[in-house]
Design a protein around this ligand. Structure first.
Ligand code: DHB
Ligand code: MG
Length: 223
């Protein structure tokens, strides 16, 4: 582990690849001032999410877990002119910060931040045959990931990609003794479904950087 070296390299990537800009820095700073946990994606991961969305030509993006809207900005920037991003957030105060940040980034018109329990909201949409999403970013409470995934699949089409953030849990993901911990249990069940559901082509990647030892899963839905 060498966190300070990882920080230096991530900062270098941000500089050489121009991964920061005033809207993103503003969003991150407002989130800090408002006391939100420092859980937004790293700039290089934000760009990765943007590229994934562009690669699949995403016109409808779903985010579960808005926090201060930092990843929301990256994803919304990938949308074509008629595209829409819906982001679900349980905490109304976080959603307010995110709405302000998206407005400051010029992205208020193409984004909807909805406050509520994502399970209830997704259940309603799934039951009402809502239009499917092209990309789904799962970044809320890890304990609830299995249910989010099950509902996300009901709102997916052939070719939808599903990204799951923070699946490493400090390495506890592979610790068979740690399965009494809700986040580890949620992440494990989530990965198990990614592995056994025949509709999904899935992988998982470990990363190091300003978020420490972290990682994400990527799955493609086929129908
Ligand atoms: C945690 C959650 C996140 O979404 C993240 O990016 C990092 C950490 C957490 O709950 O610990
Ligand atoms: Mg996260």
């Amino acid at each position: 582990m060498n966190q300070s070296l990882w920080n230096t390299v991530d900062d270098y990537f941000s500089e050489v690849l121009h991964l920061n800009d005033p809207a993103l820095e503003h969003a991150r700073d407002r989130a800090r001032e408002a006391g939100l946990p420092p859980h937004e994606v790293a700039p290089n991961q934000g760009r990765l999410l943007q590229i994934f969305a562009q690669m699949v030509g995403a016109r409808r993006i779903l985010e579960i877990g808005t926090l201060g809207g930092y990843s929301t900005i990256w994803l919304a920037r990938a949308l074509p002119p008629s595209g829409r991003l819906v982001s679900l957030e349980r905490n109304a105060a976080y959603a307010d910060v995110a709405r302000t940040n998206l407005a400051a980034a010029g992205l208020a018109a193409c984004t909807d931040i909805i406050v509520g329990d994502a399970r209830d909201i997704l259940q309603q949409w799934a039951a009402s045959d809502a239009e499917p999403f092209d990309m789904i970013f799962l970044d809320a409470d890890k304990a609830d990931n299995p249910q989010y995934l099950e509902l996300a699949l009901r709102l997916a089409r052939d070719g939808t990609i599903i990204v799951g953030d923070n699946i490493i849990r400090g390495g506890r993901i592979a610790d068979r003794e740690a399965t009494d911990q809700p986040d580890v249990l949620g992440a494990c069940r989530f990965l198990k479904t990614l592995g056994h559901d025949l509709r999904l082509t899935s992988t998982a990647i470990q990363t190091v950087g300003i978020k420490g030892w972290d990682g994400f899963s990527l799955a493609r839905v086929s129908r």
